[in-house]
Write a protein that binds this ligand. Sequence first.
Ligand SMILES: Cc1cc2nc3c(=O)[nH]c(=O)nc-3n(C[C@H](O)[C@H](O)[C@H](O)COP(=O)(O)OP(=O)(O)OC[C@H]3O[C@@H](n4cnc5c(N)ncnc54)[C@H](O)[C@@H]3O)c2cc1C
Length: 398
Amino acid sequence: MSNGTVRRADTVIVGGGIAGTALAYYLARGGVEDIVLLERDQLGSGMTAASFSGVRQQFSTPLEIELSKRGLRFWKTCEVQFDSPCPFDQCGYLLVTSRPDVMQKFAESAKLQRGLGAGPVELLSPAGVNAVAPWLVTDDLAGGSYTPEDGRVTGTDGVAALAKGARSHRVDIRQWSPVTAIERRGHGYRVIGPKDTIDARRVVVAAGLWSPVLLEPLGLAIDVFPLELHYALTTPALEGSTVPLTIDFDTGFCIEREGRGLVVSMLVSKTPPSYGQHEMLENWFDAATRRAPTLVDLGISHVLSAPVDEVSDGHPNAGRMEEELWVLAGFAGHGVMHGPVLAELLARMMLGDPDQTVDLEPCNPLRTPQRSLENEWMATPIRERSVTDVLSKSSETN
Ligand SMILES: Cc1cc2nc3c(=O)[nH]c(=O)nc-3n(C[C@H](O)[C@H](O)[C@H](O)COP(=O)(O)OP(=O)(O)OC[C@H]3O[C@@H](n4cnc5c(N)ncnc54)[C@H](O)[C@@H]3O)c2cc1C
């Protein structure tokens, strides 16, 4: 517990998920000395631990595609770069739809992805979908968008690797050290907690879904809100097959490999307040009856729920709130793949050497977020309104 002393540091980072640990590493590698990272539990114990940790190139805006290209590179090289276990499972990523208008949007996004030099993206006919995922019923599909070089990781492997890197640059990482308040003090900030109280020149809030709670007493707000996601682990399934991380964009039906079994979920957000694990599983089995009937006999071994860090416009928050108070939080459900990349870009901005090739203005945490097709509609079908609602609305107004 705190002995009542207040220590000093140059930079305090609040939160030791993938975002905070990556930022600590990149700032320290860039030459910042005297960094303290405060994590209230153990490193990686927030959303990062719950994540499906899919890594994909399939987005609809140049910014997210660039983040994805760099994210894929980070995860494919993480193990070697940090000499820390971090396997990359190159299982591919498959989005399918029965709607020609959504397929048309997949095609437009694929063209953009190719133009920006993302990895191979294949637009598949129903027969092509069947070739990569023979367990799917494809007769009614318009097709799919498939990126064979994408895959999945374990987010906490990345946290461990980045923390190792940060410690090697003398970052002081303190676990089980919650922050209860941040106060403005002279030309800096006082970061207050029951174990550690620190006066710092600069503070970065990287506390995921808890970031707004820390900012609010300072009169500051960012757009990030929890979207509860229910999911289940199954008994062994599709053994011997490579299972692409698959999302049916029409329904949110989702499957992913996990050990010998699968993770199954419905990526939907427009649900009644009573919607919980039971309803998710009922909907998933209904959807599986039509889309993947060979999976309806699967047993369920665990059912879990975790909140995802949604933002209204699909863009993350990475930037300055005021003076030397910065934010890196709220990744629209893509922080495992995009977090380390944004941490590196933000570190460069903070070090006064911004990467001129990436415009982070869409991520400005002070922006007023707008929900429109100009934004990242492909981020995920987990939306207040489903993607197909958004597309219908757009075609009505065109
Ligand atoms: C079910 C699920 C599936 C997902 N699937 C994917 C996917 O396929 N691909 C993908 O890229 N992303 C996915 N995500 C999203 C991804 O996990 C998040 O975007 C990412 O983990 C966010 O990282 P973070 O570091 O910002 O937050 P977190 O990992 O939540 O880290 C924030 C940390 O701050 C700490 N903290 C909070 N308050 C305080 C305080 N007051 N003092 C000190 N510490 C504090 C917390 O304990 C926590 O460890 C998924 C998320 C979920 C829940």
